[in-house]
Ligand binder design. Sequence first.
Ligand SMILES: Cc1cc2nc3c(=O)[nH]c(=O)nc-3n(C[C@H](O)[C@H](O)[C@H](O)COP(=O)(O)O)c2cc1C
Length: 180
Amino acid sequence: MAKHLVISASPRAMGKSVRTAKELVSKLRLRFPSDEVEMLRLSDLDIHYCMGCNTCGENNECYMEDGMVELLAQLETTDHLYIISPVYFAGPPANYKAMLDRFQPLFWSKQGNEPKRPAHLVVIGDGGDPHGFEPLVTCTRSGLAVAGFQLHKVLPFIGSELKPADIGHDLAANLFREDN
Ligand SMILES: Cc1cc2nc3c(=O)[nH]c(=O)nc-3n(C[C@H](O)[C@H](O)[C@H](O)COP(=O)(O)O)c2cc1C
C-alpha cells in the first residue's frame, strides 16, 4: 500500500488551491482504492519561517516546535507527493516558502543522498502577470530535493476562469495517463 499526500500551499483556507486539492484527493481515492490518501492545508498549520540560526546543523533538528513537526512526520511516510500552490508575484506565497526553508534540518541530516520519491507541482494563478511562475518551480524543486523528493510534473492552471472541478479533471487525465 502506497501513501499519497496532497498539500494545499495557499494561506487561504477555502481558496482555489484547497478546492483543487480536494478534487485531486477524490480522484486519487478512486484511482488507487487500496492506497492511503491524505491531505494537508498549510493554512491549518502554524509554520514559522526559518531564522537561519543553523542550530540544526549541529543536531539535525529545529528548535521550533510548531506545525512543521506534523508536516515532517507526514512527509516521512509519503510515497507520492502533490503540492497545489498559488503563484504570488512569480514565486511561492510566504507561508509555503517558510515550509520549504524549514527543510534545512533535512539538508544537514540527509545531504540529498537518499533515493528520491516522486512529487508533482500544480500551479494556480489568476493570470495577468507577465513574469510567469518559474521562481515558484525552482524553489519547490530545490526544497523538495533536500526533503527526499524529485519534482516530476509541473502542471500550471493560470486563469481566473478555471474552476477547481475542471482542473481536477485535467489533473487526473494528466497524472494517471498510462505512459506515466
Ligand atoms: C500577493 C499576490 C500575488 C499574486 N501574484 C500572481 C501572479 O504573479 N500570477 C498570477 O497568475 N496570479 C497571481 N496572484 C493570484 C493568485 O495566484 C490566485 O488568486 C490564486 O487563486 C490564489 O490561490 P488560492 O485561491 O488558493 O488562495 C496573486 C495573488 C496575490 C494575493
